[in-house]
Every structure is written in C-alpha cells, then in structure tokens.
Design a protein around this ligand. Structure first.
Ligand code: GRF
Length: 205
C-alpha cells in the first residue's frame, strides 16, 4: 500500500522512513514526497533517494481549497493510499482529513495532549517538566488532537537546551515513526470506542 510523506523542514524523519522502507520494515513504496517549501532539505534527501517530489507553493493558489485540490490530484495520480506528516507545517482542512480518514499519521515532539502546536519542545522546557516525549497519532480535524497510536517518554535533563532535547526526541522519533507506519500500511490500526486505537493482529481489508 503506497505512501506519501509531507515535509516542510530538514526531513530527518523522512530519512528514517526511507531507511525502514528499504529494509522492508514498512511494507510500502514511497510514491511521493510533498513539500510546501522550496528550501526544505527534505526535498534534497528525497531526490538523493530517487523518490518523486512535489513542491507546491501555497502562494501560487487562490485559496487553501485550491491548494489541497492540487495536492489531491497529485496524490491520486501517484496512487497514494497513506500519508505520513513528518514536520509538515500546514494544517490540513477538515475536508482533506475526511477524504483520507484514518489514513494520515503525524508525529509530534511531546506527550500529547500536553504541548500541542508548533513549539512543543520550547513549551515543554518553559513549563519545567521532567519528562516529555514523542507521540504518533492519527490525524483528525483538530490540531494534534487525533487518536494516539504510540507514545514514548524522554527525560528532560537539567542542562537541556532546545537543541539537546530535540536531538534526543529525534532519536526516539526515528524509531517510533517507522513502527507506527508499518501498523498503518498493514491495515492494523482500528479506531474504536472512545477513539482508542486498537492494534489488530490480522487485518481485515
Ligand atoms: C519533528 O520533530 C516532528 O515531531 C515534528 O516536526 C519535526 C520534523 O523534523 N512534527 P524532521 O524534518 O523530520 O527532521
């Protein structure tokens, strides 16, 4: 089942996903790497890996709906079934999310529901917590509110800066995200009662 990865930045998670696909740890093909930023280093990583890339500049479109229509056309052309958000800094519309219902994963550098939003690492440090972590969740219509798939804690050390903490969070992300993506493309994630995610052993397609 084919995958697209959406990125806006450096793409270290994209690199981890590419590695896991090559090692057959995720039974999928990456059909498209999408970015909303021309200077995203993720695009360089994708091209080096020989993957098809698509840079879509939001400024070239009259509205978010028009932007997403172009995105959907490209995804359909590439026959993409699943989407991994890996540092994609745009919020997808409810219509887009509904179209790919429970087929989009996101990774977030905090233990949701704590510290949602774009500054999670900064916010956790500013709050003085001893423990933060990483969450992988299915994407719903809210911001960082979807059903959680995997979480892992990371300790905050007394001398941590944003950079040092982010480096340790990244190490966990690069392990957790490929695992969650494997479950997703194997069709093993079910959203049950209370929006709890159940991991089923044998997917029914
Ligand atoms: C990650 O920390 C992820 O949790 C967040 O954006 C960051 C992307 O990093 N959503 P990278 O581009 O994969 O290095």
């Amino acid at each position: 089942m084919s995958l697209a990865v959406f990125c806006s930045g450096s793409g270290t998670n994209l690199a981890a996903i590419i590695r896991a696909v090559r090692r057959r740890q995720i039974p999928t093909a990456i059909r498209l790497v999408v970015s909303d930023r021309a200077d995203a280093y993720a695009l360089v990583r994708a091209k080096r890996a020989g993957l098809p890339t698509l840079y879509l500049n939001p400024r070239d479109f009259s509205s978010k709906a028009a932007y997403e229509r172009a995105l959907i056309r490209a995804l359909e052309r590439a026959r993409v079934r699943y989407i991994a958000l890996a540092g994609f800094m745009r919020i997808l519309s409810p219509a887009f999310v509904r179209r790919y219902r429970w087929r989009i994963l996101n990774i977030h550098p905090a233990l949701l529901p704590s510290f949602p939003g774009a500054h999670a690492v900064h916010d956790a440090l500013a709050a003085g917590v001893d423990v933060t972590g990483v969450t992988v969740h299915l994407v719903d219509e809210g911001v960082d509110t979807g059903p959680m798939v995997l979480q892992e804690t990371v300790r905050v050390l007394p001398r941590d800066t944003e950079a040092s903490l982010l480096a340790r969070l990244h190490r966990v992300e690069h392990r957790l995200y490929p695992r969650a993506l494997r479950y997703l493309v194997e069709g093993r994630l079910r959203v049950g009662r209370g929006r709890r995610v159940e991991l089923v052993a044998h997917p029914r397609r």
